[in-house]
Write a new protein. Structure first.
Length: 80
């Protein structure tokens, strides 16, 4: 299970690393783009980012469950 927790942590870190450049590109685009298309695109990207954060939160929850399960297994194997 420890390996699974490490893989979940790595997935979260990798996803966050991908999000930073997207946010940077969005900031640059929003600084120079005006009009209705810009507003709608900004709304769509805000929705996307909320969903992205939800996925990261859920991955974090799974990582915690795996970690907690691993600790309990260790305690049982040691007779605690």
């Amino acid at each position: 299970m420890r390996g699974a927790a490490v893989r979940f942590a790595h997935a979260i870190d990798s996803a966050n690393a991908c999000l930073r450049p997207v946010n940077g590109a969005m900031a640059g685009l929003q600084a120079c783009w005006r009009g209705e298309g810009s507003v709608r695109f900004g709304q769509a990207m805000s929705d996307w980012e909320r969903e992205f954060e939800l996925i990261l939160d859920r991955l974090g929850n799974i990582r915690e469950l795996v970690t907690t399960s691993d600790v309990r297994s260790d305690e049982r194997s040691r007779g605690r």
